[in-house]
Design a binder for this molecule. Structure first.
Ligand code: F6P
Length: 316
């Protein structure tokens, strides 16, 4: 059996650990494993390289992706899918590591006759049916480490800080990191931006004698600098903004993400060898399940209202 493996979309810490699991599980089962460079963009032009057990040595702890990744506007067009399908003709199945765009790409390839299995990996954690996506835990820990540092300087200067985190359409990073750092307010795309509430909470904290305030804003809801300007104008408290940006996508994966990558990468190959096609592997507690692409694409991961409310309750 010839198993292709690619990473697609935004990179996520733990992608390398997933590649390692796919390659080694595949080779140990007697399969030939072929790396596809640059995701769908590389597949369209046949950038294929055989991988052996040694080629994935020394990557389990590294961020980024050995196979490189890309966002490929050409691939979303029917001609792009057809080109990719032609280049994939020599592969029995492709294990694809990426987020919701990767699942959509997998579904398009399936429709063109290419067998695929997807491993969910994105720092955004915006893929339904899996407990978490690979990379989310590391990104949240990166935000928490940065916020802890910002808190020191915020306290020293008695300032309010707005920290803008990633999350184009979902606020999972903001909510998890906000809960972990005790942010006064968390602004997410899932809820209307309520600056009155944000300012009231800053003022309540000050009235209680707090020397700093932290506000976490998901990029999809508002920009950090805009929120900081509004908070300073309305409350009169000196307010600064920090945009964390791509620092959230790099760095060594946490132990949690490495283990998740090992489990999901292994399961994807086991499923592929057993003939599963058009499915995403998903962590369900200690078990790994498979979910058909159609179900993944039809669902929206529910917003974690309980965690959001808990963060608000405990912060002030
Ligand atoms: O991969 C997800 C993500 O990091 C989002 O949180 C963010 O909005 C986006 O990718 C940024 O993408 P790019 O690096 O292509 O600008």
């Amino acid at each position: 059996m010839r198993i292709g493996v690619l990473t697609s979309g935004g990179d996520a810490p733990g992608m390398n650990a997933a590649i390692r699991a796919v390659v080694r599980r595949g080779v140990y089962a007697g399969a030939e494993v072929i790396g596809v460079a640059r995701g769908f963009a590389g597949l369209m032009v046949g950038e294929l390289t055989p991988l052996d057990v040694g080629s994935v040595a020394d990557i389990v702890h590294r961020g980024g992706t050995l196979l490189l990744t890309a966002r490929s506007p050409e691939f979303v067009r029917p001609e792009g899918v057809a080109r990719a399908a032609r280049e994939a003709a020599g592969l029995d199945v492709i294990v694809m590591i990426g987020g919701d765009g990767t699942v959509r790409g997998g579904a398009a390839l399936e429709a063109a006759g290419v067998a695929t299995v997807t491993v969910p990996a994105t720092i955004d954690d915006d893929v339904p049916y899996t407990d978490q996506t690979i990379g989310f835990d590391t990104a949240v820990n990166t935000v928490v480490a940065a916020a802890d540092r910002i808190r020191d300087t915020a306290t020293a200067h008695e300032r309010t800080f707005v920290i803008e985190v990633m999350g184009r359409s979902r606020g999972f990073i903001a909510v998890h990191a906000g809960l972990a750092v005790g942010a006064e307010s968390i602004v997410v795309p899932e809820l209307p931006v309520d600056l009155d509430d944000v300012c009231t909470r800053v003022e309540r904290g000050h009235a209680r004698g707090k020397r700093h305030s932290l506000i976490l804003v998901a990029e999809g809801a508002a920009t950090g600098p805009a929120v900081a300007e509004a908070v300073q104008a309305r409350t009169g408290h000196e307010t600064r903004a920090t945009v964390l940006g791509h620092v959230q996508r790099g760095g060594p994966p946490t132990a949690y993400d490495r283990a998740l990558a090992a489990r999901l990468g292994e399961a994807a190959v086991a499923q592929a060898l057993a003939g599963a096609r058009g499915v995403m592997v998903a962590a369900h507690g200690p078990a790994v399940a498979t979910v058909p692409y159609a179900e993944v694409l039809a669902a929206l991961k529910p917003f974690e209202t309980d965690l959001y409310e808990l963060a608000r309750t405990l912060a002030i």
